[in-house]
Design a protein around this ligand. Sequence first.
Ligand code: PEP
Ligand code: MG
Length: 574
Amino acid sequence: MKIIGKNVVEGIAIGTVQYIQDSFEELLQEYGVDDPQYEKLKYEKALSEAVMQLKVIVSKAKEANNNEQVQIMEAHLFMLQDPMLDDRINQLIELGESAPKAVMKASDEMANMLGSLEDAYLRERAADVKDVGKRLIRRIFGIEEPKIDREGIILCGEDIEPSLIANLSSDCVSGIIMGNGSSTSHAVIIAKAKGIVTIVGIGTAINDFENGTEVIIDGYEGSLILKPSIEEMKLYQERHEIEKQKKAYYLSLSELPAVTKDGFNVTLAANIGNPKDIDDALKFGCRGVGLYRTEFIFMGKKQLPTEDEQFLAYKYVVEKANGQLCVIRTMDIGGDKPLDYLSIGKEENPFLGWRAIRICLERTDIFITQIKAILRASVYGKVAIMLPMIINFEEIVQAKALIKRASNELTQSSIAHANNVQIGIMVETPAAAIMASVYAKEVDFFSIGTNDLVQYTLAVDRGNQKVSYLYDHFNIAVIHLIAQVSEAAHANGKWVGVCGEMASDPLAVPLFLEMGIDELSMSAPSIPKIKEAIRNCRRDGEILKHVLTLTEASKIREFLSGTILANNINDTIN
Ligand code: PEP
Ligand code: MG
């Protein structure tokens, strides 16, 4: 039986169902309520056990230097000890509810409240509150946490808890299927980081899954086959085998240069969100870091990270990069990445609001602390500072003055730091792209953030499914802007990179090459396929010239696909 969902982590996974029971209805029905005092004691005991469990998970994740997990699990600890949740549970128990029912009601209420918010990031946190509630209920019932101890498991559940995924080994779990979920839910973020093939959104069909049933996930198509036939199994085993060979082939490219047939070299760098990401990125053959999204150090916390905390994170990455350039972007908080403790307040249009450099130029204390940490880490390698969301010249001048101030303060305190870091900007607003020839005189480099550049140029919310058909990096307006930025950078002797998702689209490679883009930065698993595309290319300027005469994105794609195919056929013949 074939079921369609949404693909969130690509790949083929074959295994057997392990259903994660997260419904406690039957147990609750059988559960007799004790005196409220006794129910409160049961809740308090469960709470202290759950806090202990999470602390162990956090310390293991810290040992493994897995910052993403640390942040998420610390956020769970924070929620678990939230006084509002605690008050509500106690209140419900006093009103006569049993301890598990009170936990369930209180966490559902809080999740519903979060789920009704407009902000996509906060909406996703509803699943985290439910996760925390379920952990408490399991403690009250004395249910063991699910055990994942055999190979070839396909984990299935309506909402699989992020904490469960964070703790499992990808050696045992081949795939994940969820009834709910979206590409930005924490569970998926962790699955992606672990490289576990995942599909979400298959709806109530998930309730019919039985433990031990054979299942195939097609993470490219976003579908699954429950109880596959012998033919289907054979077909997917073959595809799985080809996929494994392709992975091995891609890894074998890691030492080869990213150079075109006519000898043009491109730096392929990694986008990272956590220090530990650099370890995997190196395996895929990255040459340095083109975008370190530092905002993740600020998220999932109760207060701002200290200078030392930031310094250690940056130092780890810079040392691991082993002399290759690390472009550290100053925090890009705001938009879809709010911070509870920063009182951004409710905004009508968060993507057009108090975000990134706008916050830093107002909260100079936060900016200076971050810059000091970056300058201190720069002693251990080669670093560039990148400013996000720049729209005007004054922002660049002001930010540079603050960087100078941070450097002077370090000198006055005799703290070792570098004085030679490059300073560049993200070109992710039409304003910055249009004024690139002027801004190029004030900075050392540009990195084009196509994710936002597409959203702001086309006035299309990058997270809104309803208008996603309009969100297209091959819109000709976007291509003209990118070409213009590249020309402006080179005319002023500066280098230019692309660090948005477009950098990992093989179809866009011939265009970038003919524009003379110097660096492409992307999530590490995409590096080999882009390297392969670059090594297959020969630049003669004709592709870009022709594309700039076209007006429809579909025609541009068609033309680029045809050119790449023709190129490959010619090479095979020659
Ligand atoms: C971009 O906008 O393209 C970019 C790389 O930044 P982010 O996705 O973090 O907004
Ligand atoms: Mg951006």
